[in-house]
Write a new protein. Structure first.
Length: 435
């Protein structure tokens, strides 16, 4: 996490004080359950809550203890004992460090997912608003970066809306999958602690009990979570790259908002660069970079090792903080995006009508020409236009072999732009419903 790409709401989830607060809550809820089962005195559980519930944990003191113990959870428990007093001996009864660490991590990941879901809602709202604004704004569709057939700018945004709708559904599923709690003790057998303690802690922390753990919660859950974050990052980059291409000088169909006083270049005062979408491309790469270690963390020795631990200490905060920032930036970029319909129309007309070549091809086959012959007829008239040597419509009208099948009126009919847009409403209803 670096301040430049960090929002405080997400960063606070990963701060040491937050982590220690969650650790305390796990331990205190476990103490409550142990007290109800008669394993520890009820007064001890009450004392733990009374003395530490509103405490601000001394991060520097915990770090000092850890330098000696070389163990983070023991350092925390030692500091907690300094706050609670003698009754702290009843804390962590029958538990292992991973019970605290893994349950805490899953609490943090679910909280992070909640913020990310709210971010996705912002992106979806911006995409929907701009999609309807440009529902029928014609522009050229491209394949291989080359002019293909007409689409609308609204359709481009609707495509992104559908993509981020799927992203939201995946993240909801990933949140559910990672929202588990393990308070099962060493190697996960519950030998030293009753399973009812786990059930109590899970409910209190907004989780569900892990059906079977070893000494750790299975990391396939986390692998799925971070994989979903990686897919969302790729969706961000896809639309960011689209905007970068559209902002190129030779295209200039859309452009990032350029604020008063903004500078595009230290050397060239005229520059207006797609810096936000380029930034989103870079941030997306960083989020995806954590997918591989998340997948590799699934593979642990026997009932546990800690090869996953160091990676998770970085990937948990970094991936969620970075994606949070990127999604909010994307929402703002879409909301303020400058769109140039006149340039879209200019580019649409740039190839002298070649975008209608398929319609002419199909019309010829419907009038009796073989597909192979029709293709040759259309292509031989298209290639001169491609080289800037004429107008497609006029060349077709002058082609005697084409005229064997199509009248001038029939040829002109194939150049109707509206024909390409006749199902836009149908597509919008599929994406947005009847809104």
């Amino acid at each position: 996490m670096i301040p430049r790409y960090t929002r405080p709401e997400m960063a606070s989830i990963w701060e040491p004080q937050t982590r220690f607060k969650i650790w305390f809550e796990i331990e205190a809820h476990a103490a409550d359950a142990l007290a109800e089962l008669g394993t520890i005195p009820k007064e001890a559980a009450r004392t733990v809550w009374a003395k530490a519930k509103d405490a601000t944990f001394d991060v520097a003191r915990i770090d000092e203890i850890e330098r000696e113990t070389k163990h983070d959870v023991i350092a925390f428990l030692t500091h907690l004992a300094e706050i609670v007093g003698p009754e702290a001996r009843f804390v962590h009864q029958g538990m292992t460090s991973s019970d605290v660490l893994d349950t805490c991590l899953n609490v943090q990941l679910t909280r992070a997912a909640d913020l990310l879901l709210a971010d996705l809602d912002k992106v979806l709202a911006a995409l929907k608003k701009r999609a309807f604004e440009h529902k029928m704004t014609p522009t050229i569709g491209r394949s291989h970066g080359i002019h293909a057939e007409p689409v609308t700018f609204g359709l481009k945004l609707a495509y992104a809306y559908a993509e981020f709708t799927r992203a939201k559904e995946r993240l909801i599923a990933a949140r559910k999958e990672v929202a588990t709690c393990a308070i099962s003790g060493a190697v996960g057998t519950f030998a030293q602690i009753d399973p009812r303690v786990e059930a109590h802690v899970a409910k209190a922390m907004g989780l569900v009990p892990e059906p079977i753990s070893t000494q750790v919660i299975p990391r396939d859950r986390h692998a799925m979570y971070f994989s979903v974050l990686g897919v969302i990052a790729s969706s961000i980059e896809r639309i960011a790259v689209e905007i970068r291409h559209m902002q190129r000088t030779e295209v200039l169909e859309a452009e990032e908002f350029f604020s008063e006083g903004q500078k595009g270049s230290s050397a060239m005062p005229h520059k207006r660069n797609p810096v936000l979408s380029e930034n989103l491309t870079g941030l997306s790469r960083m989020v995806r970079a954590y997918v591989t270690p998340a997948l590799e963390n699934v593979v642990l020795w026997h009932e546990r090792d800690i090869s996953h631990s160091s990676a998770e200490r970085m990937m948990g905060p970094d991936a969620t903080v970075t994606l949070d920032f990127a999604l909010v930036r994307l929402a703002g970029l879409i909301d303020k995006l400058l769109v140039y319909p006149a340039n879209m129309q200019k580019n649409l007309d740039r190839l002298g009508g070649l975008v209608h070549s398929q319609r002419v091809l199909l019309a010829l086959t419907q009038k009796g020409a073989s597909r192979e012959d029709a293709y040759k007829l259309v292509q031989r008239n298209a290639m001169p236009v491609w080289r800037g040597e004429g107008d497609f419509l006029q060349l077709l009208k002058k082609d005697a072999e084409v005229k064997k099948y199509l009248t001038d009126a029939k040829i002109e009919e194939q150049f109707d732009l509206g024909y390409h847009l006749k199902h836009v409403d149908t597509i919008f209803k599929r994406v947005f419903g009847e809104s």
